[in-house]
Design a protein. Structure first.
Length: 144
């Protein structure tokens, strides 16, 4: 089986800290794979908050996830504080990509925990249809 390898783009949007909670730990006594999705979600919400937005209200539209890829690198444990760096990827008329690089510091070493990518679609919940990516959001994603 070919191993997934995400190429992280250069457009850095921000870094956010997310602690590993006890509820994130699985029966193997490490961070569960499902918790990676939750941690990326938390970091994305923190990113949107930085621009006075939420997933339900971002420059006049909402966001829904259409794609999720995760590349696992190393274990993480209760007590770790994950640093989540978010990068912007491709932008199309109706959607865009966000990339996440999760790492932690342990024993004075930086440990890569996971990389992830989400595809996000702009969506109007009242009309139940997709919408164009707002210009204000494009400017943020492009670094203008």
């Amino acid at each position: 089986m070919a191993r997934l390898k995400l190429e992280i783009p250069e457009k850095f949007l921000g870094m956010f800290s997310v602690p590993v909670r006890i509820s994130d730990i699985n029966y193997g006594n490490h961070l569960g794979n499902d918790a990676i999705v939750s941690i990326a979600h938390e970091a994305r919400v923190q990113l949107l908050k930085k621009f006075n937005s939420t997933e339900l209200e971002v420059f006049g539209t909402s966001l829904i996830m259409s794609e999720l890829l995760v590349e696992f690198k190393a274990e993480s444990f209760y007590g770790d504080v994950l640093q989540v760096k978010i990068y912007a990827g491709e932008i199309s008329k109706f959607s865009f990509e966000l990339f996440y690089v999760l790492s932690t510091q342990r024993d004075n070493l930086s440990i890569a925990v996971a990389n992830a990518k989400t595809g996000l679609i702009c969506f109007n919940h009242k009309k139940k249809k997709i919408e164009a990516v707002p210009e204000e959001l494009k400017k943020i994603l492009l670094g203008h």
